[in-house]
Structure formats: structure tokens, C-alpha cells
Ligand binder design. Structure first.
Ligand code: GLN
Length: 492
């Protein structure tokens, strides 16, 4: 029994080494994982679907390699969970929406396939805000996910299930998707390491699209090294996604230990002063930057005033692209269909009205309005110009700095229900993360402190240059090492 508990807390590297050294088998890891899930999942609800048959088959494959004396792949035997908007044959892909509740994955998402080819074990599909619209996982059609740090609070969103599963040690790593912050913000709220790679670094093939010019898949983990290992596995060009780039993929673990001496770190000052950013979050961010300075980084400050308009631009561009991407869920091509339509228009209208939840309907209406004749230039055109200005502002900032630092989320995890009736205050959750999606930049959130009043985790966001995740992760690893926090929540 104690061995099972231990397995749940191991790093990816320790799992692979333990299996290779025959101290335990991949089969043992699977059984320990589901035993741990049996204990914690009822209170947390991180999963929409568990996939023990797939996990056991993958584990048997690893154990056969051990028996044959073969070299093990880098993530051999590592329990992994997937956000429920990623296709994997043998699973449903519901996007936590009624409209797709019966949808079976017809093929594999490239990032998922690459993760599994690297030896990871598919443990299950994780709960999310419907179609990834949200910051709390309360917009799921299948019930809310609870934060393992305090079950009365949200885990963030939209990848809340993926974040909670890792925080509660139900899996070692998971994949989420980030269109405006949906990996990094739940990472901050659950005390996990959560990374959005550069746009184009990871193929989007096989993920249900929200906003195709912003979406990117990335990992949750409990250490920067595990995040780097997952990034190694999922990165790289893919012929089936025209926006995936042919940039070389370095070994992201190779430079993690290089330290920050001489690196130029920019604290984004005006973001800290933003109304709505909690004092404890601001202090934790400043403390993180001072820690990097004590490790030898050259620290400076910068303002990014254009980024303050990111939220407004995002809530035009995101819904505009979403309204177009979601047109395919019409009851004919995909999704729930009413049984008694009077004609085809009635079929479309009622299938969609029954299938979509309120936030999804709000996004479709916002996007359709922003793209409608007469408003297109005023809304969509202006938002695109703002996006360009934000990108240029970052380009200029990166002439002075190697990485930039901001808070990840303006507050710690909030109570379930607290913001559910107030979409605008919910949208503010992503004010620090959205500018990166607009500019296509990579960002990682790592836990940097615990709130003195609540004990809840606080995250700090480290932003890298395009395709320079290696430097960003190097800074994250240095900070993680110096802070040396115990980030095991009560429900784990
Ligand atoms: N919370 C933001 C939204 O609701 C971001 C979502 C995301 O990144 N998928 O749109």
C-alpha cells in the first residue's frame, strides 16, 4: 500500500528508471494510479472518462520491452491524462459539451499520439469548460471539477480537469490546451507547472478547434523537468497542421540546469499595478524576480501598455474564430440531433440550442456579431490591429530582455459559484495570459508561493521569445530549485 502511495508522487524520470531497473513494472504503475484515483476522484471529478484498458495495454507493451531488454522510451510508464478536446481512438471526445456527449474519436490527435509513442500511459480524459470557454471548469456540461487544495474552490480553466489530476497526483503529467490562458491559469490555481508552447511548436491536428490562430497544446506537470520531457515528446512539425513549423526541436531538458547568471529578466511593472491584481500575487511576483536576481540574473523593469488591451482584442478574435469553428456542430455533420425536426432550419436551431451551454451560446453570438457586415472593420479589424501592436511591443521588449515575468492569474483560486454569474469578472482571470496567445509567445506558470491567508498556491508566469522555450524553462527550473516549495495539496 505504501508503495502505491509512493508511485503516485514520482517524477517521470523516476518512473522510467524504476521500471528500467525492475524495481516495479509499468503494470504496477497503472494499478497504483487507478487505486489513487479511486480515493481522490470522487471528491475532485477531474475526469470525464477513465481508460484502464488502454492504460493496461500500453503498460504491457512497456513491460514487454523491459523483459526483452530493450531501451525504454523517455516517458515509459508515465501516467498521463488528456483534456477531453483531444482525439484518441478508443475514447470519447466530448469537449464537456452535451452536443458531443456521444462523439467517439475517429483518429488520434498528433500531440497525444506523440506522447503515447514516447511511452506515456493514457489514464483518462479530463473535464474542461465546454469547448474550452471559461476559467473555472464550471461551464462543463458534466459538472464542475474541484480544486485539490480546497474542494470548495475551482481549479481554474478551461483545462481544470487536467490541472487537478496532476495536482492531486492522480497522474504524473497531462495535456491541456491554451487559447487565452487555459493551461497557465489553472496551473497557477492548482500549484502545478503549466506551459503554453510557442504557437506552431506543437501540432493542433486532432484537437477540437476553439480559435485556430490562438490554440496551442501544452503540458501540466509537478516539475519543470517533467514539462520539458513532455514538450520534447509533443513538439515538431506535422504535415497535417499547416501552422506547425519546421523549427528544430532541441532537447528541452539539456539546459535546465544552466542557471540564470547573466540572463536579462524583465519584470512587467504595469501589469503588477493593474486593478484587480491581489497584493499577495504582486508580492509573490516581485519576490520571484528578486530570487532570480539573487541567482545572478540581471533584472530590470518594463511597461507593456498595449498588452492591457489584449483582453478586449481577445474577446473579439477568440469568439469570432470560435463562432466559425463551431458551425460544424449542427446536428448533421457533427453532434446531437433533435429527433423530431419540422424542417432543416428547425433541426439546426433546436439541435444547437439543446446541445450548447450558455457560455458557448454567448461566444457564438459575440463572434457572429463581431464578424457581421458593417461591424467587421470596427470590431474584428480593430482587434487584429491591436494584436499586431501587442506583438510589436513584445518584440521590442525582447530586444532588452531574454525573458519577461508577470503574475499568471490576478487572484488565487476562487470559490465555486463566486464568478459564475459574472462573465466579465471571469474574463479578467486571463488578463496576464492572453497577450501571449495574441503574440504567439511561449509562457510557463510555476508555483512561487502560497497565500498567507488561505494557503492556496500562487503562480508566476515566465514568458520566452518565440521558439525559445529552452531559456524560459531554464529560468523556471532555476526559480523552482531556489524556492523548493512543497506543493502537495491536502487532497492528494
Ligand atoms: N478563459 C479564457 C476563455 O474563456 C481562455 C480559454 C482558453 O484558453 N481556452 O476564453
Amino acid at each position: 500500500m505504501s508503495q502505491k502511495t509512493d508511485l503516485a508522487g514520482l517524477s517521470a524520470r523516476a518512473i522510467r528508471e524504476g521500471i528500467a531497473g525492475k524495481r516495479f513494472s509499468a503494470g504496477d504503475v497503472v494499478e497504483a494510479t487507478y487505486a489513487h484515483i479511486d480515493v481522490h476522484e470522487p471528491g475532485i471529478h477531474a475526469f470525464n472518462e477513465l481508460t484502464p484498458d488502454l492504460a493496461r495495454a500500453a503498460a504491457a507493451h512497456i513491460d514487454a520491452k523491459v523483459a526483452a531488454g530493450e531501451e525504454l522510451p523517455p516517458l515509459a510508464g508515465v501516467p498521463a491524462a488528456l483534456k477531453d478536446n483531444m482525439n484518441l481512438v478508443g475514447t470519447h471526445t466530448t469537449c464537456s459539451s452535451r452536443i458531443l456527449s456521444d462523439f467517439k474519436s475517429p483518429y488520434d490527435c498528433t500531440a497525444v499520439r506523440r506522447l503515447l509513442d514516447a511511452g506515456a500511459l493514457p489514464i483518462g480524459k479530463c473535464n474542461m469548460d465546454e469547448f474550452a470557454f471559461g476559467s473555472s471548469t464550471e461551464n462543463s456540461a458534466f459538472g464542475v471539477t474541484h480544486n485539490p487544495w480546497d474542494l470548495s474552490r475551482v481549479p481554474g480553466g478551461s483545462s481544470g480537469g487536467s490541472a487537478a489530476a496532476v495536482a492531486a497526483r492522480m497522474v504524473t503529467v497531462s495535456l491541456g490546451s491554451d487559447t487565452g490562458g487555459s493551461i497557465r491559469q489553472p496551473g497557477a490555481l492548482t500549484g502545478t507547472v503549466a506551459m503554453k508552447p510557442t504557437y506552431g511548436r506543437v501540432s493542433r491536428y486532432g484537437i477540437v478547434a476553439f480559435a485556430s490562430s490562438l490554440d496551442q497544446i501544452g503540458p501540466f506537470s509537478r516539475s519543470v523537468e517533467d514539462a520539458a520531457l513532455v514538450l520534447n515528446a509533443i513538439s515538431g512539425h506535422d504535415d497535417t497542421d499547416a501552422t506547425s513549423v519546421r523549427e528544430p526541436v532541441p532537447d528541452f531538458t539539456a539546459t535546465l540546469g544552466d542557471g540564470v547568471k547573466g540572463l536579462r529578466v524583465g519584470l512587467v511593472r504595469d501589469m503588477l499595478d493593474l486593478e484587480g491584481c491581489a497584493a499577495e500575487v504582486r508580492e509573490a511576483t516581485e519576490m520571484s524576480v528578486r530570487t532570480l536576481e539573487s541567482l545572478g540574473a540581471q533584472v530590470g523593469e518594463i511597461d507593456l501598455p498595449m498588452s492591457q488591451h489584449g483582453l478586449a482584442a481577445y474577446y473579439i478574435i477568440g469568439p469570432a474564430e470560435a463562432s466559425s469553428n463551431l458551425a460544424r456542430f449542427d446536428g448533421i455533420r457533427y453532434g446531437h440531433r433533435v429527433s423530431d425536426p419540422s424542417d432543416v432550419v428547425d433541426l439546426y436551431m433546436r439541435s444547437r440550442a439543446e446541445g450548447f451551454g450558455p457560455e458557448t451560446i454567448r461566444r457564438i453570438m459575440l463572434g457572429t456579431y463581431a464578424l457581421s457586415a458593417g461591424y467587421y472593420d470596427a470590431y474584428y479589424g480593430t482587434a487584429q490591429k491591436t494584436r499586431t501592436l501587442i506583438t510589436r511591443e513584445f518584440d521590442a521588449a525582447f530586444e532588452q530582455f531574454d525573458v519577461l515575468v508577470t503574475p499568471t492569474s490576478p487572484t488565487v483560486a476562487f470559490k465555486i459559484g463566486e464568478k459564475a454569474e459574472d462573465p466579465l469578472s471571469m474574463y479578467l482571470s486571463d488578463v496576464f495570459t492572453i497577450p501571449l496567445n495574441l503574440a504567439g509567445l511561449p509562457g510557463v506558470s510555476i508555483p512561487c508561493a502560497k497565500s498567507e491567508s488561505t494557503g492556496l498556491p500562487i503562480g508566476v508566469q515566465i514568458i520566452g521569445k518565440h521558439f525559445d522555450e529552452a531559456t524560459m524553462l531554464r529560468v523556471a527550473a532555476a526559480l523552482e530549485g531556489a524556492l523548493d516549495l512543497d506543493m502537495r495539496p491536502p487532497a492528494a
